[in-house]
Design a protein around this ligand. Structure first.
Ligand code: ATP
Ligand code: MG
Length: 253
């Protein structure tokens, strides 16, 4: 039965999609079967795997409103053991259209349950908000990975996000686990980085992934080639770091 893990942080541009795509691809390359669900209307996780957003016929949107079977929306990617339910801007409508949370939670939950036996991991790439799509994703997840940058506002955002996790636990999903906090675009030479890490260690030491992800050009250029870093630059620093995080994630959940 697949473990379901959301990559979430309401702050934009912190490395959610990059981490989701690269950890998913890494785990899949090692032999596990992985499904990635793109839950962001920006569709970055879709294009990051080299899938053209204009060509996709069925998307996460169709699945969560119950318009199509998830199995008909799944695209097998060009990468070993990795499939994706793609998204595009259609999904933006879902935030407004789906007011009856219970009903649409069911569609998504039913969809997920119907494919859980086919995969080892299901990763959900969340949008940069704490809106309906994120609430839905967290409500059906076993765990959440929180990517964050080492900046002051990230610490403020973290407490908001952890409050949301608490609310989701009490309302919908008591088993929701915080798999870990992942430091992204890390530059250990900056004084601020050291200060933020010290602060994080004070409160969340056991939650921090051991290896941070460095800021590298190779990681940022990989989506332009439609390739996860473990294919784009398999022996580079970014790839090795994501491999270490993937390994730790599998031990944690
Ligand atoms: N380790 C890294 N080194 C260099 N660039 C990175 C790294 N991680 C992410 N980036 C770049 O930072 C930008 C934001 O990353 P990403 O899209 O993964 O963030 P996000 O949290 O998913 O954003 P959004 O909130 O818009 O969904 C992208 O251009 C990405 O290529
Ligand atoms: Mg993203």
């Amino acid at each position: 039965m697949a473990k379901v893990v959301s990559f979430s942080n309401q702050k934009g541009g912190v490395g959610k999609t990059t981490s989701c795509v690269n950890i998913a691809a890494q785990i899949a390359k090692k032999g596990k079967k992985v499904l990635m669900i793109d839950m962001d209307p920006q569709g970055n996780a879709t294009s990051g795997l080299g899938i053209s957003k204009s060509k996709i016929k069925r998307t996460t949107y169709d699945v969560i409103i119950g318009r199509c079977d998830i199995k008909d929306a799944i695209i097998i990617s060009n990468f070993k053991n990795l499939s994706v339910v793609p998204a595009n801007i259609d999904l933006a409508g879902a935030e407004f259209e789906l007011h009856d949370l219970d009903e649409n939670l069911n569609f998504t939950q039913i969809a997920l349950d119907s494919v859980k036996e086919d995969y080892d991991y299901i990763f959900i790439d969340c949008p940069p908000s704490l809106g309906m799509l994120t609430v839905k994703a967290l409500s059906i997840s076993d765990g959440v990975v929180i990517p964050m940058q080492c900046e002051f506002y990230s610490l403020e955002g973290m407490s908001q996000l952890l409050n949301t996790v608490k609310k989701i636990r009490s309302l919908y999903n008591p088993g929701l686990q915080i798999v870990g906090i992942l430091l992204t675009m890390y530059n250990g030479r900056l004084t601020l980085t050291g200060q933020v890490v010290a602060e994080l260690k004070k409160y969340y030491a056991d939650k921090l992934f051991k290896v941070p992800i460095s800021r590298t050009v190779r990681i940022s250029e990989a989506p332009g080639y439609g390739e996860p870093i473990c294919y784009h630059d398999p022996y580079g620093k970014g790839s090795l770091e994501y491999a270490a995080v993937a390994k730790e994630l599998m031990m944690r959940i």
